[in-house]
Each structure stands twice: as structure tokens, then as C-alpha cells.
Design a protein around this ligand. Structure first.
Ligand code: G3H
Ligand code: 13P
Ligand code: ZN
Length: 324
């Protein structure tokens, strides 16, 4: 067992409180490889933003759980020693699906875990979430729970099927589980195809009425938004121009996220946008410089573009820049 404090991570308690009081949201950025991790840390250090490094079950499988943990520890050292940055860094399990997975992450030095019981019947979600909270809080690790179902990976169904969070449940859920933050469903969904709309149409607005009702029931409690990529059309077009096939990809408009960030929403999860930028850039290099075969020559520009995206998100969308 290694405690996260020995690795230089913090839990989410303080940064969430500051974010709610200050009317901004902390970014939850996912990583699976070195270049993504570098871009996240550099982008957040350069904008002086707190950051939540997110590791999914799939990321642990892809990159190896031990290597990922040491990479995250190395990222803290890089921030402190090389970038001379003191930004708060949280290491967070994204979409934990079992008690055992949460325990394993906590034992490896994670400072925050999500237990996603949103697909379970209500009482089972409570029981599982409470079990994780009881273990995590022994080590001062933060726990994110979820109520309501986002379409996409949580249901393994198509993107239009979601069940909004019922405001009547949130107070009971939070009290009985002891969670530190709550992910809710108000119209976002995972992936690059969030809404089925025709060209020229705008996506339907998020359900701010539900968010406001939830805020009334649990005033000042940290709320999390998953599925918050905006799917920038310039990168969709770049992908498609260089041989990709991403027709109809559309995300949550950034002004909606900016509005949410000013409320009790204090964490906003973004993964798809990063994937899109990296892929668009690599496709561009492959198309324009077919002679290139050194991975640094295409992963480098991809990393740079991702860093710029992250900086822009922190400054213009989340409002987390200069809040470290
Ligand atoms: O919400 C899920 C994240 O985008 C992680 O996705 O399970 O494919 O790593 P993943
Ligand atoms: P996106 O697919 O919209 O980037 O959502 C990511 C997410 O919610 C990670 O948990
Ligand atoms: Zn998610």
C-alpha cells in the first residue's frame, strides 16, 4: 500500500470547495499514454490550473496498471522539478465498476475514485457506493458516485438513451452513501456522437432546470459532469479531410459547459476531444509527410495540439486557469 500523499497527489476536497465558491470547474482529463499525460500536465501547468488525471479501467488494461501509476507519479515530479509548477494534481479512477477495482487503485496511490453504480437498481447503487466510501475514507481518498444514466459506455446502448437524474433521489443518495461528489445526467453523453441533428441545427440545451433542482436539494455539494466533450468541428473536418470517417460527430456546445461551470458543477470530464485532436493531427502528418516514420514526428505535433486544446479549455470553458 502506498498512500497518495507520498506520491504528491491531493484528494479533491479542497479544490472542489474552491471551485464551487469561485464559479469554475476542475478538468478531468483522461490519459492512456505518455503523450496524453505530458500534454495534460504541460497544458495545466502553463495555465496554472488544478487538474484531475483520470485513469479508466480500459486505460489500466491498455497501458498496464503499474506503469500508469508510475507515469502519474512521474508527472507530478515533472510538474514540480522541470515545469516549476505547484498545481494540485489528483489521480482519479474513472468509472470504477467494482469495489475490488477501487481498492486496488487506492492501494496503488490514487487519491480519488469513482464508483459507477448508476446502472444498478437504486438500493444496490447505494450499497456498493457506501462500501467503497467506507474503505476510501479510511485513507482520506475522495469518492465520486453517480445517479442517473448517461448514454454510451454506461449503458452500452446508442447515444440518445439516457435517464436524467431524479432530483428527488440526490439528498437521500448523498446522505446514505457519504460520497464526496455526485455525477449527474442532464443531457450529456459519452463519445463523439452526442446528439442526432441535421447539418446547421444546434444541439438541444442541457437540462439546467434539473441541475438547478438538484442544487436546491443539496446546496453547495460538488456536482460532476461526464460526457462533456464539445467535439470541435475543425478537428472533425480535419479528420475527415485526411481519410477519417466521422460524419455527424457532434458534442456539447462550449457555452453550455461554461454556464454549468459557474454553478455547483465543479468537475467536467473531457476525453473524446483529446482523442479527436490527436487523431486529426496524426492524420494530417501522415497525409502531408508520407515519408515520416519516426513516431516522434507525428506524436510530437499531436501532443502539441492536445496541449493547446487543454489550455484553451481551461481558460475559455472551465475557467480553471490561474486557480491553482
Ligand atoms: O467515460 C469514459 C472515458 O472516456 C474513458 O473511456 O473506457 O474507453 O478508456 P475508455
Ligand atoms: P467525453 O466522451 O464527452 O469526452 O466524456 C468523457 C468522460 O465522461 C470520462 O469519464
Ligand atoms: Zn464518464
Amino acid at each position: 500500500m502506498v498512500h497518495y500523499s507520498e506520491l504528491g497527489f491531493v484528494n479533491s476536497k479542497e479544490i472542489f470547495k474552491k471551485a464551487i465558491d469561485g464559479g469554475y470547474a476542475i478538468p478531468g482529463y483522461n490519459f492512456n499514454n505518455m503523450e496524453q499525460l505530458q500534454a495534460i500536465i504541460m497544458g495545466c501547468a502553463e495555465t496554472n490550473s488544478p487538474v484531475i488525471l483520470q485513469v479508466s479501467k480500459g486505460a489500466r488494461k491498455y497501458a498496464n496498471q503499474t506503469l500508469l501509476r508510475y507515469m502519474a507519479e512521474g508527472a507530478v515530479q515533472m510538474a514540480r522539478n522541470d515545469l516549476k509548477s505547484n498545481i494540485p494534481i489528483v489521480l482519479h479512477l474513472d468509472h470504477g465498476d467494482s469495489y475490488e477495482l477501487c481498492v486496488s487503485c487506492i492501494e496503488m496511490g490514487f487519491s480519488s475514485v469513482m464508483i459507477d453504480g448508476s446502472h444498478l437498481p437504486y438500493e444496490e447503487n447505494i450499497a456498493l457506493t457506501k462500501k467503497v466510501v467506507d474503505y476510501a475514507h479510511r485513507y482520506d481518498v475522495s469518492v465520486e458516485g453517480e445517479l442517473g444514466v448517461l448514454a454510451g459506455i454506461e449503458e452500452h446502448v446508442s447515444a440518445e438513451k439516457s435517464h436524467y437524474t431524479n432530483p428527488d433521489d440526490v439528498e437521500d443518495f448523498v446522505k446514505r452513501t457519504g460520497v464526496d461528489s455526485l455525477a449527474i445526467s442532464i443531457g450529456t453523453s459519452h463519445g463523439a456522437y452526442k446528439f442526432k441533428i441535421k447539418p446547421g441545427e444546434t444541439p438541444p440545451p442541457l437540462r439546467f432546470d434539473i441541475l438547478e433542482e438538484i442544487e436546491k436539494r443539496i446546496p453547495g455539494f460538488p456536482i460532476v459532469l461526464h460526457g462533456s466533450s464539445s467535439v470541435p468541428q475543425e478537428y472533425v473536418e480535419m479528420c475527415n479531410k485526411y481519410g477519417g470517417k466521422l460524419e455527424g460527430a457532434v458534442g456539447v456546445p462550449e457555452d453550455q459547459l461554461r454556464r454549468a461551470a459557474k454553478s455547483a458543477v465543479c468537475k467536467i470530464n473531457i476525453d473524446t476531444d483529446g482523442r479527436l485532436v490527436v487523431t486529426a493531427k496524426i492524420r494530417e502528418v501522415f497525409a502531408n509527410q508520407p515519408e515520416v516514420f519516426d513516431p516522434r514526428k507525428y506524436l510530437g505535433p499531436a501532443r502539441e495540439a492536445l496541449k493547446e486544446l487543454i489550455k484553451r479549455k481551461n481558460i475559455e470553458v472551465l475557467g480553471s486557469a490561474n486557480k491553482a
